[in-house]
Design a protein around this ligand. Structure first.
Ligand code: S3P
Length: 448
């Protein structure tokens, strides 16, 4: 599938983006592990999160779809999951596979997991190592580093105090989930704070969990079902919001966006680049089909974010900021290419092991559109402002690269044709429709 993108001069409107991907995965997993029935609203019905639903079903939890984004999960309790009859395919989703590994480290049976071409290339040792120290047996390719992998957990994993070498919420969450019925408390210390959605939701489900500085400690215990309202995904909202900053005459509001401070790094960077951003309390009650009036959704703050056309200047993006915007770097790179001056992205080696090597992809594909992007081992140097021109580019099968290139296409001269864009369905179905609605014209055409 290809996207054909034509430039626009105007974007305006108030929209909602689909539910948060990270929170949706966690809701399915905790719902299955809890005692009682979990009702979820706003679940992200995109390929990645549907994989997690299928996985918990394969492990014996009953899931009922009640309506769009509405799911009911009959929890089986921490010890109630059963051996799946087949290999579980996590598709493109790193979060699905790594969090499932954490759950499975506490289940005394074998499960085999695999994924698509991209996921089978991604490193799994980062979770296999701590989980093996807790007593799980993990076997498979590349000495347990690459899918397909098999895991056999323990009914009672061993307690662990883990110093994680990477600031990764997936690693942290895997250890915490494995610790739910460990023989003592588990703790994870990270080099920088990663997203804390697991901690927030575990607390909502009655777990004893404490965070002190960069260390999170969970005391084993049962989970009890709690309702979950999933806020809009700030990572998805970054695409229309940055589009609004760079299109000539634009003002876009994304309503009901999750504003957990461990995820709002992109808003801080945009503000530092001179972008006009307004954040208001969630006004969801006035929107048809909205997720309800509360300013907090399942313990997560949310609000309405508005961005209007702005002059941008280059900035520095590095250090502890990186985990707070790790998924937004592709579209921030587009903003940087158009900004006045230099933007240096540092400490971002993690981008090389995402759905694709995003540093290489951004330098190559944005370069084709006339951006001045140079690749460094751990980051990018972007000199702006560039005059972008339409080109034939490819996502390399990475949803966030595909959408970032589409945003660049909105301000490029001429037509941009983006190849390999099916992947957008992993996180943001209807992305093209939404941009077309904001533009009031078909600026993004989907072609077979
Ligand atoms: C995620 C954590 C991040 C992020 C991913 C989702 C999560 O990955 O890039 O899209 O839901 O925990 P890492 O934990 O590997 O940094």
């Amino acid at each position: 599938m290809k996207l054909r993108v034509r430039p626009v001069t105007r974007l305006s409107g108030r929209i909602e983006v689909p539910g948060d991907k990270s929170i949706s995965h966690r809701a399915a997993l905790l719902g299955a592990l809890a005692e009682g029935t979990t009702d979820i609203r706003g679940y992200l019905e995109a390929e990645d999160c549907l994989r997690t639903i299928a996985a918990v079903e394969a492990l014996g939890a009953e899931v009922t779809r009640k309506g769009p984004g509405e799911y009911r999960i009959a929890g089986v309790g921490r010890r109630g999951l059963t051996e799946p009859a087949n290999v579980i395919d996590c598709g493109n989703s790193g979060t699905a596979v790594r969090l499932l590994f954490g759950v499975l480290a506490g289940q005394p049976f074998w499960t085999f997991l695999t994924g698509d071409d991209s996921l089978r290339r991604r490193p799994m040792k980062r979770i296999a190592d701590p989980l093996a120290r807790m007593g799980a047996t993990i076997v498979g390719r590349s000495d347990g580093n690459r899918l397909p992998l098999g895991i056999r957990g323990l009914a009672q994993p061993k307690a662990l105090a883990y110093e994680s070498p990477v600031a990764s919420a997936q690693v942290k969450s895997a250890v915490l989930l494995a610790g739910l019925h460990a023989d003592g408390p588990v703790s994870v210390t990270e080099p920088a704070a990663s997203r804390d959605h697991s901690e927030v939701m575990l607390r909502q489900f009655g777990a004893r969990i404490e965070s002190r500085g960069l260390t999170t400690t969970l005391t084993p215990g049962p989970l009890s079902a709690a309702p979950v309202v999933v806020p809009g995904d700030i990572s998805s909202s970054a695409f229309p919001l940055i589009a609004a900053a760079i299109v000539k005459d634009a003002r876009v509001t994304v309503a009901g966006v999750g504003l957990n401070p461990t995820r709002t790094g992109a808003l801080d960077v945009l503000a530092a680049m001179g972008v006009k951003i307004e954040i208001a309390p969630y006004g969801g009650e006035v929107l048809e089909g909205s997720r309800g009036p509360s300013h907090r959704a399942a313990g997560e703050p949310r609000g309405d974010v508005t961005v209007s056309t702005s002059g941008l200047r280059g900035t520095g993006i590095g250090g502890a900021l990186i985990p707070r915007l790790v998924d937004e770097i592709p579209v921030l790179a587009v903003a940087a290419a158009l900004a006045d001056g230099r933007t240096e992205i540092t400490d971002a080696a993690e981008l090389r092991v995402k759905e694709s090597d995003r540093l290489a992809a951004l330098a190559r594909e944005l370069g084709r559109m006339g951006a001045r992007v140079s690749e460094r081992p751990n980051g990018l140097v972007i000199d702006g402002p560039a005059r972008l021109r339409g080109a034939s580019v490819t996502s390399g099968g990475d949803h966030r690269i595909a959408m970032a290139l589409a945003v660049a296409g909105l301000v490029a001269e001429g037509e941009t044709i983006i190849d390999d864009t099916e992947c957008i369905a992993t996180s943001f179905p209807r992305f093209a429709d939404l941009l077309n609605t904001l533009a009031g014209q078909r600026c993004v055409e989907v072609e077979a």
